[in-house]
Design a protein around this ligand. Structure first.
Ligand SMILES: [Zn+2]
Length: 62
C-alpha cells in the first residue's frame, strides 16, 4: 500500500505561465526560464511569447 509519501506528492504545480519560442515552438515554463542566466530558447532564439496553458472552461448544463 502506498502512503502519503508517494513520489506524486512531490510534483510541483507552477503558476501556469508558459512561454513559447516563436521560432521552434518549444514551450518553457516561466520557472525554468527564471533559472537561466538569460531568457533564451534551447534553439538560441530569444523571442518568446507567452503561451497560455489549456484552460478548462466550465460549461453550465441546464
Ligand atoms: Zn526555439
Amino acid at each position: 500500500m502506498s502512503g502519503p509519501d508517494s513520489p506524486e506528492s512531490q510534483t510541483k504545480v507552477f503558476g501556469g505561465v508558459v512561454y513559447e519560442c516563436v521560432r521552434c515552438g518549444t514551450k518553457v515554463n516561466a520557472d525554468e526560464l527564471a533559472q537561466l542566466p538569460e531568457i533564451k530558447c534551447i534553439c538560441g532564439y530569444r523571442v518568446l511569447k507567452k503561451a497560455r496553458p489549456p484552460v478548462v472552461k466550465q460549461v453550465k448544463s441546464i
